[in-house]
Design a protein around this ligand. Structure first.
Ligand code: PLP
Length: 424
């Protein structure tokens, strides 16, 4: 069941009319459904029950503390890409022992922080990074658990900006170099080689490329075992897509995909891995939070043009970057649909950029003051937002049944320049 549906002519989040949220908290505002968040997480967690497996939510998708806290209470671990994200996990009550640290550019300070907090594993992307982690761990008198992010050169068949597993990608260690890189890691005195990981891209509508990548990864685990390098966990990355309203049919809930991963792992362990235990880690982001959220925005003006009609709204590219960044198509629905003849509009924001558009060629019946909802905006929405044009970032609200919780208040303009100083 969708947790964002029309009830008595008004779009609701669970049992709360979105019009009431817009009135109370203003616009633009992100609204999340707690029930949908729990459902999506359960899609991964339920098939993991009773197995040595961990769901590390890729918090770059949405890192609000309230979201992290809810997931931590469900047993989630976290996939982080910065020291700041680690501090967020801790602030939300998450367990650093369930954190994996991804990303190509970890600084010395971030590595030190992660070692001090005792994270589960560093997902390492290059030989220089191995040396850096080894050096920091040595100085701290610790051993750093590492996994190598290998690049299986599988085509994720997604937008080039969110495909990460190809040879031309900046991410990961080339498959052909993986063995040599593992040998380097195994020889460094302050590292413990514990895992292998890959992440081939995002918004995948078919799990076949993910399973193809997994096959390549487990083959490599066998090769490593022959070399005396024993891998204790296989991290299959994230990447499952969601329905953005254009007829996509993603593998939802995730449980069927998770079961397929376990089936492959179990068959491999029985046939080639001597039945030895292997922990399985998942790093989903978008498929946990994407369809848990909408972005509410109000119509400021309708502006007829010679070639195009514009619907000027109070949300902009700084609030939601996906359309202009990836040419992403995001569904937009009126919160209180009107009767009338639809007009085709481009939905544009007030930011001074021609690239400031949120939707193009949408047939809508709207008037100034109407509230619109951008659907499936819960992932890579707020987290990618900025203060461009000195615009305060949107408020964030979580709905739980008929309860509404403000989980991040709207930024005040004075806060946006509070860190700056005049030169006297
Ligand atoms: N893991 C890594 C290393 C990533 O870079 C990303 C996204 O960029 C994810 C997991 C999450 O991907 P998704 O949101 O598509 O599940």
């Amino acid at each position: 069941m969708s947790h964002f549906a029309l009830q008595n002519g008004v779009l609701h989040a669970e049992r709360v009319p979105l019009s009431a949220i817009a009135e109370q908290y203003g616009t633009p505002t992100y609204v999340y459904s707690k029930a949908r968040l729990l459902e999506n997480f359960a899609g991964y967690a339920a098939p993991c029950a009773g197995r040595d497996a961990l769901v590390c939510y890729a918090m770059k998708a949405n890192s609000n503390l309230a979201i992290l806290d809810i997931l931590a209470r469900q047993g989630a671990g976290f996939d982080i890409v910065s020291g700041g994200e680690l501090l967020r996990v801790i602030a939300a009550g998450g367990d650093p022992g369930k954190v994996i640290f991804s990303g190509v550019g970890k600084t010395m300070a971030e590595i030190g922080l992660a070692l001090e907090k005792g994270i589960l594993c560093f997902n390492v992307e290059s030989i220089p990074e191995l040396h850096r982690i080894n050096e920091v761990a040595g100085r701290m008198g610790k051993r750093a658990p590492v996994s190598l992010r290998v690049n299986p050169n599988v085509d994720a068949r997604t937008h080039p900006y969110i495909a990460t597993g190809l040879k031309a990608s900046k991410f990961g260690v080339a498959f052909a170099d993986a063995l040599a890189t593992y040998r380097t890691a195994a020889a460094l005195p302050h590292l413990d080689v514990v895992g292998i990981d890959c992440h081939i891209g995002s918004q995948l509508l078919d799990d076949a490329p993910l399973l193809e990548a997994l096959d390549k990864v487990i083959e490599l685990v066998d090769t490593l075992a022959d070399e005396g390098i024993h891998i204790h966990h296989v991290d299959v990355g994230g990447g499952l897509g969601i329905d953005y309203g254009t007829g996509e049919a993603p593998p939802v809930p995730a449980s069927a995909y998770v079961e397929r991963v376990f089936a492959r792992i179990d068959a491999w362990r029985a046939a080639r891995h001597g039945g030895k235990p292997v922990k399985v880690i998942f790093e989903p982001g978008r498929s946990i939070v994407g369809d848990t959220g909408v972005l509410l925005m109000a119509v400021e003006f309708v502006k007829p043009g010679e070639e195009k009609n514009f619907c000027v709204i109070d949300a902009a590219m700084n609030d939601m970057a996906r359309p202009t960044l990836y040419q992403a198509w995001m569904d937009v629905q009126p919160v209180k649909p009107r009767q009338g003849t639809p007009v085709t509009y481009d939905l544009v924001g007030p930011v001074c950029e021609s690239g400031d558009w949120l939707a193009r060629d949408r047939a809508l019946v709207v008037e100034p003051g109407d509230v619109l909802a951008m659907m499936a905006a819960g992932a890579y929405g707020f987290t990618m937002s900025s203060n461009y044009n000195t615009r305060g970032r949107a408020a964030e609200v979580l709905v739980d049944g008929d309860q509404v919780h403000l989980i991040r208040r709207r930024e005040d303009p004075a806060e946006l320049f509070a860190l700056e100083s005049l030169v006297k």
